[in-house]
Design a protein around this ligand. Structure first.
Ligand SMILES: Nc1nc2c(c(=O)[nH]1)N[C@H]1C(S)=C(S)[C@@H](COP(=O)(O)OP(=O)(O)OC[C@H]3O[C@@H](n4cnc5c(=O)[nH]c(N)nc54)[C@H](O)[C@@H]3O)O[C@H]1N2
Ligand SMILES: Nc1nc2c(c(=O)[nH]1)N[C@H]1C(S)=C(S)[C@@H](COP(=O)(O)OP(=O)(O)OC[C@H]3O[C@@H](n4cnc5c(=O)[nH]c(N)nc54)[C@H](O)[C@@H]3O)O[C@H]1N2
Ligand code: SF4
Ligand SMILES: [Mo]
Length: 894
């Protein structure tokens, strides 16, 4: 095959996480797009992780929403926009501004977000605009504001590399911020005296580079960091001068911490006194400390207090804003920070101004020339959907998020959407669990088509640039919001380009600022279209034009300068939460996997990314598994008063006793029973309103399946239809089709007919092998000699090599030998089973790596890389390779 001729390379920013890596995208004339890391981008210097490297595989149009729809029927933009404007205007006229709401996303661009926020807060006149950032960063925002007087992330990525001690609490950096993790791992390799401590109830991939792992009990963080403050005071490690000159409230916090002895910390966290003592001692003697925190901290009933307990320790030691030091909240989504900058939460105003401050409100209203301005906080995500459910919200617009999957207690979201008189969904994908409830669907431009800016975890603004034309009738989100605003009769929405919006946002940030607000990009106002197009990644603040040239990494607060009116930071007294009594229950912890992104609307399109982990699972400690009578590969019911999920059991010592981890990714589209949002509770932090998505109390039970099955098939399975017939179904894309795990409660009378149903071809030829005694059946389905699929049925979990079976779809011929191997479910010696995919970049399986290590040919990650290439591209799998090496060498696997 000839390589497709390349067209121009475009510099853009990754669509996924808050690391904000620079990407070089080169579309080819055949429609494919080559993706590479941008060597000049200061977030990644050319690196990409598995998800970033696979971006080119997620650009296909087959699942896209390409036309507006009203009531499921294609409509013109004119009709759809008129309808949205009319229904929102009517609701406001009849029931007031607070009867409508927007629910948005940290995946919108700053320009999209700015326009939506302006429309809601300044023109509709309500603050009912909340976003998935409520589920993500709200506790960090609250903690920052309480301590600093503003939502400021003080440091930069280089601080991780310069630190002597990096503490990661509630962060699985290896999987969730992989390029930042690689930077940290490289820095540690170069300077082995650097210490890394991971605080997480699970032993995650991040622990592979850790010198210590504290397997803390859920929500033990406040106690741990209050205890740390106490130790810092006792050991004289505090910076009296910094405390006196730049802070308030130290003595209260120190006094409140006095009773938190190491013994008490041990009682509250489930950790051993020795490991706590070692951690405290390390913190006491390391001047350069960075504490990274993410959802294990934020998604908690004590989330805001966790953040402040951490910040207190940095303020007390003056370890903030200097090279290699500081508390560091890493953001999740590509534009979680940009969303905060435009004030896109229901308790914020624009440009880091405060909704509760009359002067700020007047300033924003005057700048927008807005007829009104929201004067009280709007509904936060959970309350917002409650208000939809009880009829207070008459019109709701959802954009860039999939709350039927991702909201806490998501069954309530379904009830709410089903009852809401008018639901608009702006989406790039036609069929999502949420889009199913939309009265109007609006096709949005996707990554690669949209044009604007995003801000990463270190306050660095980068451009997302288009390299593809908008397909069908898709349009940028900002243009859709602006169109509706105009149709509602509002002035101030005549934007022609994203650059104009960015300019307005930059100017607003500078109005009467004079350094009084942390967020300012006044120095980026007045950019020409060409300058905006060429804008290089830049950290805020950019207060003056000359700061545009600033390339040094910026930091806040080394010399104080906090944003409370007296310029001082605040210590916050935090009380550890009362530990939940479990009584026969487990704590459900939920979170992410390496190769999937949230609700899989993008990563589910890539066979490579879907190969890493192909079905939803519950990670269980072996003792809990034994107590609940669950064996490896069983299916498990995970139950709470909110709802139930059925997922595969994964029994491992990595999991803390008493807790169970289930990934958040699976949806109706891929595994209807695996949607864990249906099980999570809606308990939340009282200050930030962020749901505690990591501590739902659940019971578990073995799912008593009458049969289990594994199938490969060429066509996408009709999951909606099958879900009515089988209790468990989980589908994942493969290179040439699909792989599907199934189980049912009632015996399957006719396996061949079921095989035909699966392929969607009722007349498919079938070849069947059946053993009635053992209840095993194998069916291969053909059409004109071409393999359509194969089905492996058994009374117990099916033992067929998944990766071997998946490869059968790639064969064009199925002769007699092939057919019998297919029915046997196993390859010949010439085709060994590669095992579960570890390296997604080069499709290298666990068995291949284990065999190499067992043969003695390789004993290091580097040697495995040399032999198999695994781990040599993005590096995201290096920690898993290390685990396999260790396991094989310890005789744990072969
Ligand atoms: N591959 C991948 N990467 C992603 C995403 C994705 O979907 N996939 N999403 C992005 C987004 S939006 C976000 S917000 C980030 C999230 O990034 P992370 O916060 O790193 O990810 P999570 O897996 O949600 O949770 C982190 C860890 O918190 C631990 N934890 C649970 N309870 C506690 C506790 O009480 N205390 C402590 N100390 N730890 C606890 C969990 O065991 C888990 O390992 O990832 C971003 N990056
Ligand atoms: N149980 C549990 N639940 C969680 C979490 C957890 O740890 N555990 N984490 C929470 C966190 S931190 C987060 S951030 C959320 C994420 O949860 P969601 O935001 O619901 O997840 P996504 O799959 O990223 O949803 C983005 C949607 O927007 C669409 N989309 C993509 N690009 C565009 C665009 O440019 N325009 C428009 N209009 N649409 C677009 C995608 O197709 C997709 O349907 O989940 C939260 N939910
Ligand atoms: S670490 Fe991976 S997912 Fe995150 S921005 Fe970089 S390439 Fe994208
Ligand atoms: Mo997030």
């Amino acid at each position: 095959m000839q390589a497709a001729a390349a067209t121009k390379t475009v510099r853009t920013t990754c669509a996924y996480c808050g690391v904000g890596c620079g990407v070089l995208a080169t579309p080819a004339v055949d429609g494919s797009v080559a993706i590479a890391g941008d060597p000049d981008h200061p977030a990644n210097f050319g690196r990409l992780c598995s998800k970033g490297s696979a971006l080119g595989e997620t650009l296909g149009l087959e699942e896209r929403l390409l036309q507006p729809q009203i009531g499921g029927v294609p409509a013109t933009w004119d009709r759809a926009l008129d309808m949205v404007a009319a229904r929102f205007s009517e609701a406001v006229a009849d029931h007031g501004p607070d009867s409508v709401a927007f629910y948005l996303s940290g995946q919108l661009l700053t320009e999209d977000y700015y326009v939506a926020n302006k429309l809601m807060k300044g023109f509709i006149g309500s603050a009912n605009i909340d976003t998935n950032s409520r589920l993500c960063m709200a506790s960090a925002v609250t903690g920052h504001k309480r301590a600093f007087g503003a939502d400021t992330v003080p440091g930069s990525y280089v601080d991780l590399e310069m630190a002597d001690l990096v503490v990661l609490t509630g962060s699985n950096l290896a999987w969730c911020h992989p390029v930042l993790f690689q930077r940290l791992a490289a820095a540690k390799a170069a300077r082995p005296q650097m210490q890394v401590v991971v605080i997480d109830p699970r032993r995650t991939a991040t622990c592979e580079i850790a010198d210590a792992h504290l397997a803390i009990a859920a929500d033990g963080d406040v106690a741990l960091f209050v205890g740390l403050l106490n130790a810092l005071v006792k050991e004289g490690a505090i910076d009296r001068d910094y405390i006196e000159r730049h802070t308030l409230g130290f003595s209260d916090a120190a006094r409140a911490a006095q009773t938190m002895s190491v013994r008490k910390v041990a009682a509250e966290t489930g950790l051993g006194e020795a490991e706590i003592g070692d951690f405290f001692e390390l913190f006491v003697r390391s001047e350069r400390v960075v504490t990274i925190y993410s959802q294990g901290v934020n998604q908690s009933c004590s989330g805001s207090d966790k953040v402040n307990a951490i910040i207190n320790c940095h303020l007390a030691t003056g370890r903030i804003g200097r090279p290699g030091m500081g508390p560091f909240s890493v953001t999740g989504q590509p534009n979680a920070m940009g969303g905060r900058e435009v004030g896109g939460l229901s308790n914020m105003l624009a440009a880091h101004m405060a909704l509760e401050d009359a002067a700020d409100r007047a300033r924003v209203q005057a700048f927008w020339r807005a007829p009104r301005i929201a004067d009280h906080a709007g509904l936060k995500a959970v309350e917002l959907f409650d208000a939809v459910a009880d009829g207070r919200i008459k019109a709701l617009w959802i954009a860039g998020t999939n709350p039927v999957v991702s909201m806490a207690r998501s069954g309530q979201v379904e009830r709410a959407l089903a009852r809401c008189p008018f639901v608009v969904v702006s989406e790039v994908i036609a069929k999502t669990d949420t889009a199913a409830f939309g009265d109007v669907l609006l096709p949005a431009a996707a990554w690669g088509e949209k044009n604007g800016t995003v801000t990463n975890s270190e306050r660095r603004i980068s451009r997302q640039r288009p390299f593809l034309a908008c397909p069908g009738e898709a349009r940028p989100d900002w243009a859709i919001f602006a169109d509706v605003a105009r149709r509602m009769g509002f002035e101030g929405f005549d934007y022609q380009t994203a650059a104009e919006i960015f300019d307005e946002h930059a100017r607003l940030s500078a109005v009467e600022n004079h350094g009084s607000r942390d967020f300012e990009i006044g120095g980026l106002s007045g950019l020409t279209e060409a300058e905006y197009d060429a804008l290089a990644p830049i950290q805020w603040p950019v207060r003056a034009r000359r700061d545009r040239q600033e390339t040094r990494d910026s930091r806040f607060f080394a010399e104080g300068g906090f944003f409370h009116s007296d310029g001082r930071a605040r210590f916050v007294v935090t009380d550890p939460p009362v530990a939940a009594t479990l009584a026969g229950k487990l704590v459900l912890n939920t979170g992410r996997l390496r190769d999937h992104w949230h609700t899989m609307t993008r990563t589910g399109l890539s066979a490579r990314l879907s190969a890493h982990i192909a079905e939803p699972f519950a990670e269980l400690n072996p003792r809990d598994a034994a107590n609940f009578g669950i064996k490896e590969a069983d299916l498990v019911r995970v139950m709470s008063p909110q709802g139930e999920a059925i997922v595969r059991a994964l029994i491992t010592e990595r999991q803390r006793l008493g807790s169970v981890f289930v990934p958040m990714h699976w949806t109706r589209r891929f595994a209807p029973s695996g949607r864990i949002g249906a099980v999570t509770h809606a308990a939340r932090d009282p200050l930030s309103g962020q749901p505690a998505l990591k501590t739902t109390k659940v019971t578990i039970k073995r799912f008593e399946a009458a049969w289990h099955a594994f199938a490969i098939m060429r066509a996408r399975p009709d999951i909606d239809r099958l879900a009515g017939e089988v209790a468990y179904i989980a589908a994942a894309r493969t290179q040439d089709g699909w792989r599907v795990e199934l189980a049912g409660e009632a015996a399957l009378a006719d396996p061949a007919a079921f095989g035909q149903t699966l392929t969607g071809d009722p007349d498919a030829e079938t070849v069947i092998y059946r053993d009635r005694k053992t209840g095993t059946a194998r069916v291969a389905m053909f059409r004109n000699g071409r393999l359509l699929g194969a089905l492996y049925l058994s009374r117990s979990p099916v033992e067929v090599s998944r990766n071997w079976a998946v490869m059968q779809l790639t064969l064009s011929e199925h002769d007699a030998g092939n057919r019998s191997r297919l029915l046997a479910g196993r390859g010949g010696a010439d085709r060994p089973d590669p095992g579960a995919t570890i390296c997604a970049c080069f499709s290298v399986g666990a068995n291949q790596i284990a065999a190499l290590v067992a043969s003695g040919e390789a004993t290091t990650v580097e040697a495995v890389g040399n032999a198999l290439r695994a781990g040599t591209n993005c590096g995201s799998c290096r920690s898993e390779i290390k685990t396999i090496i260790d396991d094989v060498r310890l005789g744990l696997s072969a």
